[in-house]
Design a protein around this ligand. Sequence first.
Ligand code: MN
Length: 206
Amino acid sequence: MDASKFYSLPKLPYDYKALAPYISEEQLTLHHTKHHNAYVTGANALLQKFDAARKDNADLDMKSALKELSFHVGGFRLHNLFWQNLAPAGKGGGGAPKGDLAKALDGEFGTFARFRKEFTQAATGVEGSGWAALSYCRTTSRPIIMQIEKHNVNVIPGFTNLLVLDVWEHAYYLDYKNDRAKFVEAFWNIVNWDEVNKRLAAFLKK
Ligand code: MN
């Protein structure tokens, strides 16, 4: 098996205790090593299934296989973004955006407070499991908020995600039980705005 042709679980850019008390060590450990890892395993299993079927020239249930692939790869990629756009509070995490990102958000939403309110509402209002995402539309030069259901539904194709927030219960249940709103409030203390700014800069440079 050529490992470069498959997904692998990336290391976190901080240790498991680093996001406490907003995300506890136990919560973060499980989320990364069990849940994120399950999407890696799931996506790779699908790729292997395709490889095997092609080798044997066998038929696949294409609809179900592609649906599963979209779910697992979507989950894999969103978690990669999520870990990177978090940082320990006071050590890169929290505060308000600066530079071009601040300008873009103010230009679109008026104020950072208004952006934060809309993103919070998007996150708390996801029906079932999903994500809030701040994305960017090149056509209109507008930052746009998406409410992603599961990992792959309600997505606007082709947009670049700058900031994502996982609001699956597996992301917060140990720390906040059913209180998703409390978790979303806590999230603002650990947002890595420098990383979000870098993503915007990289996107605009292309
Ligand atoms: Mn998750």
